[in-house]
Structures are given as C-alpha cells and as structure tokens.
Design a protein around this ligand. Structure first.
Ligand code: DAH
Length: 361
C-alpha cells in the first residue's frame, strides 16, 4: 500500500471516529480499524510477506497510521465523556429553592433540643460554648475546684473511677459535673471569660430520679467587675426565655459549694394542675440550679489573679428542665433508647431553636 492510500485510510478512519455519536459507536470504529480483523490490523499482517527494506518503510507508515487513529479515538472518547457529564449534571441538578420535606424518621432527643435552646439563649447574652472531656482527672474535677483530697464533697459525688493511677497519681474518673471545664477554660488563656458548657456527667446513682449518666450545663463569666447582680439578671432572663413565660419567678437560697463564695441554689415557682406540672404559676418552689461567685482560691489555682478578676458560675441539670418543659414524666425513659418514645417526645432536626422562629415551635 502506498503512502497516499495510507493517508487516505487514516483520514477516513479519523473522520469515522470524529463522527461516532456515542461510546458504542466509537468502539465499533475502533474494532473495524484496530480489532483482530480490523483494516489496519489486516494491513499489518501483510508486512511479514514483504522484503526487509520495503517492510521497514511500510511498517513505519502503518505504525504512524495506527497512532493517528488511536489518537483520534482517544480525543473523541474524551469529548463524548465530557458531553455526557455535562448532560448528566444538568439532568441531576438539585433545586435548592424547593421547600424541604419534613423527615418522618429521625428525631432530636429532648435533651439535644434543650441544649440547643439553652445555648441559644446564653449565646444571645454573649456566652460561647466550651467543651471538655468526659474522662477527667482528679485535679480538674475536684482539686482545682477547691475540693482537696479528703474533702467531704468528694463522697457526695459518688464518682465512677476508672482503672489506672498508681502511687500518688489518682485514677482517672468520669466527670461528676461540668465544672472541670471552668478550670480547663481558665487554664487555656487569659480572662475575660463568658462560656457555657453543655455535656454529659456521671454519678453512681440510679433510682426514679437519678440515672448514672445525666446532663448539665455550666456557666462561667469572669471579668473585672462582675457581681452577683449580673448573675441574678442572667439567670432570670434565662428562665423567662427558656420557659417562654414572663411569669416565672426565681428564688435565690443561700447554699454552699466549695468552688463559689457566696453560693446559692435557685428555685423556680410552679404548680400542679390535674397532675401536670406548670412552671411560672403557683407558690411551690423547685430547685433547678446551683451558682455563686467563683471562689478566689479557684481563680488562683487556675492561674487567674483574684485581685483583678472576679465573676460568677452556675451549674444546672438539663434533664430535669427538659422534663419540666416538655411534660416528660419519668427520667429513666429518657435514656432507654426506645424509638417509640423518641417518635413521641422528639423534635424535628430541621427546626433549630431560634428567637426569630420561637424557641420550641
Ligand atoms: N457542680 C455543681 C454540681 O454538680 C453545680 C454547680 C453549683 C456548678 C454551683 C457551679 C456553681 O458552677 O457555681 O452539683
């Protein structure tokens, strides 16, 4: 075969590749040219019968022919792939302006909902969320909070201790409150601080009103001149926002915590109507949190100068206020993982609490 006819064949096959409408048509072009019985392959088979000189020249032209066709096929394949991808993207386009369908399954646990609500309220007052580990050490959970070894408060905490700890090293433990995150926050950087810390806490306690794992939220506000008045204002604002009622009254009772001085426990008023608890009505009082002015010794142990900085802290049980707000009668059912319970008491994960939309809409 002479050069001209090889060129013509090359042009013909390259044009066929260019014209292939899809991957299957292109594959047919490839087989017809380069397959076992393809036209180029057949020509190559003829090489064996040629004289060595002629064979070298013809071999070279046929190799070039094959390369040309392979290149044309590869280019066409890429063009087809790109065209198909563009079409697919256009076809599978998601219309993000469509309204979201409410999910039938998958509910947010009331405790998660309450954490979202509470953090939203405190965030609006300028607090940021901080977190710490569930597995704590003795220093952060007790000593730095002015609860030294042998302090009676340690017994009251019914601590779960973990294996480990040797010699003078106390074993690790499951945090008995969220207060150790106060310590971690102060150790991590200089004041001022305004944090809230929602999280899991653990005590060896299990009966109708106690579960070994429960939830707290801690608050800490330290600045140059924060007073007990600010503490009262924050908590009253919180109670009205959380229970979505201006009728909620609060009572501060003197109390004692090693890490605050002075300390108080806070009650809210409630009444029981037809067996249902109603917050913000009536003359009965229910305790919901502990609080106080952070003890100078705690500030000192965390590297904060108590001559320059002061402020308040509080700790509140989240499970109790979740039960109160959403009429859940039994604490233990909260952690049984029963999907029917969750379907009844759970919240849509797409309705995030916000003041604009109404906290618990
Ligand atoms: N940590 C305490 C507890 O679990 C609650 C508490 C009381 C936290 C007073 C505070 C506080 O920050 O100031 O019982």
């Amino acid at each position: 075969m002479d050069r001209d006819s090889i060129d013509r064949l090359g042009a013909e096959l390259a044009a066929a590749a260019d014209a292939a409408a899809d991957t299957a048509a292109l594959e047919a072009v490839r087989v017809a040219a380069l397959g076992k019985k393809g036209r180029v392959t057949e020509l190559m088979k003829g090489l064996g019968a040629m004289a060595p000189e002629a064979r070298r020249a013809a071999g070279q032209s046929l190799n070039q022919l094959r390369d040309r066709i392979e290149a044309a096929i590869a280019a066409r394949a890429e063009a087809i792939r790109r065209r198909d991808r563009t079409a697919k993207l256009a076809e599978e386009k998601v219309d993000v302006t469509l309204p979201v369908r409410p999910t039938a399954e998958g509910k947010l646990h009331p405790v998660s909902q309450v954490i979202d609500e509470v953090t939203e309220i405190f965030a609006a007052m300028g607090f940021v969320v901080a977190e710490g580990p569930d597995i704590e050490d003795d220093f952060h959970n007790f000593t730095a909070l002015n609860i030294p070894p042998e302090h009676p408060a340690r017994q009251m905490h019914d601590t779960f201790y973990l294996a480990g700890g040797a010699g003078s090293n106390a074993p690790p433990l499951l945090r008995t409150h969220t207060s150790p995150v106060q310590v971690r926050t102060m150790q991590a950087g200089p004041p001022p601080y305004r944090i809230v810390v929602p999280g899991r806490t653990y005590r060896r306690d299990s009966d109708q009103t106690h579960t070994p794992m429960f939830h707290q939220i801690e608050g800490l506000a330290i600045d140059r001149s924060i007073t007990m008045g600010h503490l009262k204002g924050c908590l009253e604002e919180f109670a009205r926002a959380f229970f979505e009622s201006d009728q909620v009254r609060m009572r501060f009772r003197p109390s004692h915590f090693p890490f605050t001085e002075p300390s108080a426990e806070v009650d809210i008023n409630y009444t029981v109507e037809n067996g249902v608890v109603r917050v913000g009505a009536g003359e009965r009082w229910m305790e919901i949190l502990g609080c106080g002015m952070v003890h100078p010794k705690v500030l000192e142990m965390c590297g904060v100068d108590p001559a320059q900085w002061q402020g308040f802290a509080f700790g509140m049980g989240l499970d109790r206020i979740a039960m109160l707000k959403y009429g859940i009668p039994d604490l233990r059912t909260m952690f049984e993982g029963d999907l029917r319970w969750l379907a009844h008491y759970g919240f849509s994960p797409l309705d995030l609490p916000s003041f604009g939309q109404g906290l618990s809409r």
